[in-house]
Design a protein around this ligand. Structure first.
Ligand code: NAP
Ligand code: SF4
Length: 677
């Protein structure tokens, strides 16, 4: 008996068979902005199809110029644009895969002057005010979407997904929040859902019956003025009657103040909203958002919450997700940790997506798999993220690798990160590396502070230094006072911390430390769906509009003050898509952040600092130092003195702005995983 029988069960639409219940969700990568975009996209999708994912949904293509998310967003509106699509569909079909093109009209979220909406109401997150579509404009938009579906069919796609969730145009029409029209497309629910239903009808007419038509509807809007559960179910039934083959579910609008996909959201937290749709219709329903492991997916399908599970970011993290599930090698899956750091944060800052745990994502052409190399003996010194990744990449290419780690366990800074509320997914990264290192035969030497002499003696062909960082201890009077603790002592649980706390430094680690110290007796909302809903105010009964409820009152177990010397705004380096969550949590817990300070001393009275020309003494039990890091790279010079050339990666190479993204990327980019490496 297989461990995941429900996930592996094929599905037959009659005109189309899917090999399992795992779907790669739509995700825009901006790969089209890179050199050789078509070849890259072809290889990107080919690898995912080869990895046996049941169905691929492409990133969204706009049906016309007004519908583009931004000026350089992809559009499919003319036949001469088909060639790259044909190359993609051919590659996916060659690998036995199925692929559907997503059609996305951004509506009032479009960040350009052509943007349109049901009304001329601007979204708070957009500086462009939309033009209200006339009824002719609506008809033209419906025709444009149907035309894109027809082109998708010509290009060889197996179907289309109509994007009608997350607050994009069709979702905007459904909600009285954004649709206050007084014509036949506004007013009561039947009028508001008229345009989406017209779209479905027009797409069906343009493509015929044997073409997969997926509609992604908003299962819970999470905004004021959103739909109730009863209304959403009614809309789902109308979509089914109009000829939709499968319903995908979206969670929340982009302007929602509740996190929907970040790591602070428990796995499968939105199952109740998906199940609500599933109960309303007979066609298959896809669950999405925070499904990153086969166990979670299997449960959702086995329990009848959904028929399929959609995973977008997890397929960036591991193109072989479904293959590993089928082969009974689920423990080898490189799990998406929902950090958004290398994917969505980059997309929203107009960069190209890749993945923190898999920097090959989107760079498959630059780092081809299975390249034969002449086997070398390699020493990797340091078993943190950079060292573990480097050892894996080198061993995958056939090198003979020894990994040295001075402490008693692998993981380095990841062992700290995984203790922070909402960052428990780092445990999966540690599991992945441990399993892969063992499987690849990397010899691991724990509790071993290897010396330059020993490395020279052993005669390695190459040495990679990944010795990481140590916390910076700033030069402040009283820095050795017993009240003072370094962040690593606090996060690792080796230091007791009192109720009144000052944190020196206001970078990512300072906020992480504050999160840890604020974790109250009620527990971490990222670990329990009930706690999460209470904390953020989500109505699981779906009786309230938008699925909103009053958030619970937050009782903070500590009084925390965070300081930075720089003047102005705090938290500017936090992730674009997750920083707001952290800031909201700290504000609710009453954390006080003070910018533009000068530190004077730490003594029995607490922390003395000045700000705006005034001296202040803050009485605290502890002062926690989160003032960045310095490289731990002494071995580098010793090795150079011994005449051994080394590649230095991660924090040992550059401590400033070090995060796990750069650590693992350094490991990939240091030459070992490149052709000839
Ligand atoms: P960081 O982001 O560089 O912040 C260091 C902080 O220490 C700054 O606020 C800086 O502020 C202060 N500082 C630097 N030198 C100081 C000195 N000599 N005396 C007193 N204060 C000093 O470093 P980090 O917080 O250690 O984070 C390390 C990396 O991990 C960063 O790249 C960060 O982005 C990443 N990370 C991100 C997250 C997240 O996004 N949630 C979480 C954890 C880590 P002033 O110079 O203004 O005083
Ligand atoms: Fe997942 Fe983070 Fe990778 Fe994005 S960068 S795919 S969230 S692990």
């Amino acid at each position: 008996m297989h461990a995941y029988p429900h996930l592996l069960k094929p599905y037959d639409f009659g005109f189309l068979k899917l090999r399992n219940r795992m779907i790669m969700g739509a995700m825009h990568t901006r790969m089209e902005t890179l050199h050789q975009p078509v070849a890259r996209l072809v290889q990107f999708y080919r690898e995912r199809a080869r990895g046996e994912i049941g169905l691929i949904l492409t990133g969204g293509y706009a049906p016309d110029q007004a519908g583009r998310m931004e000026d350089d967003a992809p559009v499919l509106e003319r036949e001469h644009e088909l060639a790259p699509h044909q190359a993609i569909t051919q590659a996916v079909h060659e690998e036995g895969g199925r692929i559907v093109l997503q059609i996305l009209h951004a509506g009032r979220y479009a960040r350009h002057a052509l943007c349109v909406g049901p009304t001329a109401e601007r979204a708070t997150m957009n500086s462009y005010t939309p033009r209200a579509l006339t009824s002719d404009g609506i008809s033209e938009t419906v025709r444009a979407i149907a035309n894109t579906a027809r082109l998708a069919q010509l290009a060889g796609y197996d179907g289309v997904e109509i994007m009608g969730s997350e607050g994009y145009l069709l979702n905007q029409f459904c909600s009285p929040r954004t649709n206050t029209r007084t014509d036949s497309f506004g007013g009561n629910l039947d009028n508001r859902i008229r345009m989406p239903l017209d779209v479905v009808e027009a797409v069906r007419a343009a493509t015929g019956r044997d073409f997969l038509l997926v509609y992604r509807l908003s299962a819970i809007d999470l905004v004021e003025g959103g739909l109730t559960g009863v209304q959403t179910a009614r809309f789902a039934r109308r979509l089914e009657q109009a000829g939709v083959d499968m319903l995908n579910t979206g969670i929340g609008w982009h302007e929602s103040a509740i996190p929907t996909i970040a790591a602070t959201v428990p796995r499968a937290a939105w199952d109740f909203a998906v199940h609500h749709i599933k109960q309303a219709v007979a066609i298959p329903v896809i669950a999405s958002n925070r499904i990153n492991t086969p166990d979670t997916g299997e449960r959702l399908v086995a329990d009848g919450v959904a028929d399929f599970v959609s995973m977008a970011r997890p397929l960036l993290a591991d193109p072989d997700f479904a293959l590993k599930v089928r082969q009974g090698r689920a423990d080898r899956i490189n799990t998406c940790i929902a950090c958004n750091q290398a994917c969505l944060d980059r997309i929203f800052t107009r960069q190209t997506a890749t993945c923190l745990v898999n920097p090959r994502a989107g760079r498959e052409l630059d780092f081809p798999r299975h390249q034969a190399v002449s086997r070398q003996r390699l020493a990797v010194v340091g078993g943190g993220a950079a060292g573990m990744a480097c050892a894996v990449y080198a061993a995958e290419r056939g090198h003979d690798v020894v990994l040295f780690e001075a402490s008693k366990e692998l993981g380095g800074q990841l062992n700290l990160a995984r203790r922070i509320p909402g960052k428990g997914e780092f445990n999966e990264t540690l599991r992945y590396f441990r399993v892969r290192l063992t499987e690849l035969g990397v010899r691991i030497r724990l509790n071993t502070r290897v010396t330059a002499g020993e490395l020279r003696e052993a005669g390695y062909d190459r040495v990679v230094l990944a010795t990481g960082v140590v916390p910076r201890k700033p030069d402040i009077d009283g820095i050795d006072h017993p009240k003072v603790a370094l962040y690593d002592e606090v996060i690792s649980g080796n230091r007791e911390v009192g109720k009144r706390v000052a944190i020196i430094g206001a970078g990512g680690i300072a906020f992480d430390t504050a999160e840890l110290l604020l974790a109250g007796p009620s527990g971490d909302p990222s670990l329990s769906s009930n706690l999460f809903r209470q904390y953020w105010g989500v109505d699981a009964s779906l009786l309230n509009r938008g699925g909103l409820a009053a958030p619970e009152e937050v009782l903070s177990p500590r009084s925390i003050h965070i300081f930075q010397r720089s003047p102005g705004k705090w938290g500017t380096q936090l992730g674009k898509t997750t920083g707001w969550i952290l800031k909201a949590r700290l504000r609710r817990a009453g954390v006080n952040v003070v910018s533009g300070v000068t530190y004077h001393k730490i003594d029995d009275k607490g922390l003395t600092y000045s700000c705006d020309g005034a001296y202040r003494v803050l009485a605290v039990d502890n002062v926690i130092i989160c003032a960045g890091q310095v490289p731990q790279d002494a071995l580098s010079k010793e090795l150079a003195d011994c005449g051994i050339s080394v590649a230095t990666i991660g924090g040992a190479r550059l401590a400033s702005e070090l995060d796990a993204v750069r650590a693992i990327q350094d490991a990939l980019y240091c030459g070992i995983a490149a052709p000839g490496g």
